[in-house]
Design a protein around this ligand. Sequence first.
Ligand SMILES: C[S@@+](CC[C@H](N)C(=O)[O-])C[C@H]1O[C@@H](n2cnc3c(N)ncnc32)[C@H](O)[C@@H]1O
Length: 188
Amino acid sequence: MDQFLGSGTTLIEAKLLGRNAIGVDINSEAVKLSNTNLNFTCQERSKIFTKQGNATNLSFIKDESIDLICTHPPYADIIRYSKDIQGDISHLKYDEFLKKLEQVAREAYRVLKKQRICTYMIGDIRKKGYVLPLGMNSMQKFVDAGFKLKEIIIKEQHNCRSSDYWEGRERKFLMLAHEYILVLEKLN
Ligand SMILES: C[S@@+](CC[C@H](N)C(=O)[O-])C[C@H]1O[C@@H](n2cnc3c(N)ncnc32)[C@H](O)[C@@H]1O
């Protein structure tokens, strides 16, 4: 399951691997785009579903029915994915965003089978020169929901939206050059 489907990368990989998958996004345009991107044939056979919905309420998915969660939420409001879609958490400021992630984490925990993995990619953000450690703070929300932290994987990420802007300009901080892939397990 990918409850922040976007353009469908997770589901494309699932399809190529012959794994059944469900993708959810609050934005119907993202669901449409994913359906277009998923419109290819491959040798592997699988069932792929996409659905418009809210990652904070996956009531259409049964408790303990998902084998793996692999997802990529927004990074608070640093990139807004829609103009005015209600429920789009990319509109939320840092603290409100973290509060919503509590619901996202609880739903992830509910739908995942026991002894299975929930993994997601996220990055820290910088506002007015200071770091907001979204990676670690979001991870704590998942731990608070009941997950056990299994791995913290650091992924180098040199090109982000602001890289070009800061190139050659004077600044009193380092450029963030990594993202996290957090791997959490639901024990029992
Ligand atoms: C970082 S992007 C995902 C990118 C994705 N990995 C891809 O392959 O394109 C985050 C996505 O979360 C979606 N989103 C924002 N709030 C949401 C919510 N409450 N429930 C589900 N999806 C949401 C946005 O519409 C956006 O498509």
